[in-house]
Design a protein around this ligand. Structure first.
Ligand code: PLP
Length: 446
């Protein structure tokens, strides 16, 4: 068995890490995880305040899912996707029951990126049009198409990317100037009008779909009101475009509804993309789930796509067991209720620490944005640049004090597993409070 130092050394010497210059990668060697806690190889405990990459929704090492995986391994791990299996059929049916509108058939993928890739392909096949319209402040995955689709600066190294993506302005009420001196609803209305103008300028006959996150995620949880989503649905209908909703991060109870888009009942999607919470990360899996109209289209037309591991039996069995846990433990309702507690705790912290400029989110899906001054809203760390000293201090102290979460630019994510208890929320908030104490001296406003 490797000790902590040997683990780090082997990982650094023989493997590549995502999204970092390799020399700066300084990983914590994790040995095991249970519930909302991670334990490193030295026995130090961390509260998992982000559910890893906002995917371990049911917490770590849940015995029901562990057992289901063990049982399935012993019976059937894999057959090629032209075969039928019990876990595939059962998971498809369970997804049909919880997804909105007429969504009814799932194409299983390996994760979120290829769920998005396949959604874009299907929309292009079905409409015979090319362009996909997406938000700047969005992330949809890391292959060429999906990375171009996400407007998040992670796309920049991939540019020019694919030529058929058109980007749309963001309903970012805290910073987009359209919202200045307006209500959020009014800002959303104007933004949606601008989006219709863009569709007209692009030529609606070339536009296959609008692709949008059901609830904004890693770009910073910038979420409009229903005015925006309702208009987007209308624009899609008016111009014969499909609406693809990316629920990879916001799905499976994260925001207090089964899916982020469930907050907007007048905006049923034509396609959704899911991954992450579908298996809570126990086995990689994603899905592109289509409406009955799209499913009917592909009854007659070849679905020109495929993956060796599509509908992987072991992954589907993990998905079935994970969905059983959501139902049995009422985790969607739990996210809604405990989300209120989390939000109230963050509001209390904002009373105490002026450095918190904005709190956004729903359910157990919240971000805080840190500023130097509440009036000017100048961020505590600049957008898409290395951390400022205060933000570096925040990121390192959170870890040192036993809290593991995502910190990006001037934002700290608060997205614990949906099984988190009230006491554990208090535990996480107390660590955050201590770190914000260290940031208070950097506040420059009145
Ligand atoms: C909204 C969204 N879509 C797609 C993806 C890509 O999913 P994956 O990393 O599983 O390929 C992510 C990953 O964070 C995401 O948050």
């Amino acid at each position: 068995m490797l000790n902590a130092a040997e683990m780090i050394q082997a990982n650094k010497s023989y493997t590549l890490a995502s999204w970092v210059a390799q020399g700066t990668w300084n990983p914590i060697p994790i040995d095991r995880a249970e519930g909302v806690y991670l334990y490193d190889a030295n026995g130090k405990r961390y509260i998992d305040w982000s559910s890893q990459l906002v995917n371990v929704n049911i917490g770590h090492s849940h015995p029901h899912v562990v057992k289901a995986i063990q049982d399935q391994v012993a019976k059937l791990c894999y057959v090629d996707p032209s075969f039928a299996t019990e876990p595939r059929g059962r998971l498809g049916e369970m997804l049909e029951e919880i997804t909105p509108g007429t969504l009814s058939k799932a194409f299983f993928t390996n994760g979120g990126t290829d769920a998005v890739e396949n959604a874009m392909k299907m929309a292009r096949m079905m409409t015979g049009r090319q362009k996909i319209l997406t938000r700047y402040k969005s992330y949809h995955g890391a292959t060429f198409g999906a990375m171009s689709a996400g407007g998040d600066p992670r796309r920049l190294a991939n540019e020019p990317g694919v030529p058929w993506i058109v980007r749309l302005p963001d309903p970012y009420a805290y910073r987009n100037p359209i919202y200045r001196d307006r209500t959020q609803e009014d800002g959303d209305r104007i933004l949606a009008e601008m989006i219709e103008d863009i569709v007209i300028a692009e030529g609606p006959e070339t536009c296959a779909a609008i692709l949008i996150e059901g609830y904004s995620g890693s770009s910073g949880v910038m979420q409009p009101t229903e005015v925006f989503y309702n208009r987007i649905r209308e624009i899609c209908d008016k111009y014969g475009m499909l609406l693809i909703v990316d629920e990879v991060m916001s799905g499976f109870g994260r925001t207090g509804e089964w899916f982020g888009i469930d907050h907007y009942p007048k905006c049923p999607p034509d396609i959704i993309c899911v991954a992450k919470g579908i298996t809570s990360g126990y086995i990689p899996l994603g899905a592109t789930i289509v409406s009955s109209a799209i499913a009917a289209y592909f009854e007659e037309h070849v679905l020109h796509t495929g993956l060796t591991y599509s509908a992987h039996a072991l992954a589907c069995a993990a998905g079935v067991a994970t969905l059983e846990v959501y139902h049995q433990e009422k985790l969607v309702e739990r996210s809604r209720t405990l989300g209120k507690k989390l939000r109230a705790g963050l509001m209390d912290l904002a009373e105490k620490h002026q450095v918190i400029g904005d709190i956004r989110g729903a359910g157990l899906h919240h971000v805080i944005e840190l500023v130097k001054d509440r009036d000017t809203r100048e961020p505590l760390s600049p957008f898409n640049k290395p951390f400022s000293d205060p933000m570096k201090l925040a990121a390192t102290t959170l870890k040192k004090n036993g809290l593991s979460t995502l910190v990006r630019w001037n934002m700290i994510f608060n997205t614990p597993p949906l099984i988190v208890t009230e006491e554990q929320i208090e535990e996480g908030l107390a660590i955050l409070d201590g770190v914000l104490d260290l940031l208070d001296p950097f506040y420059e406003g009145k």
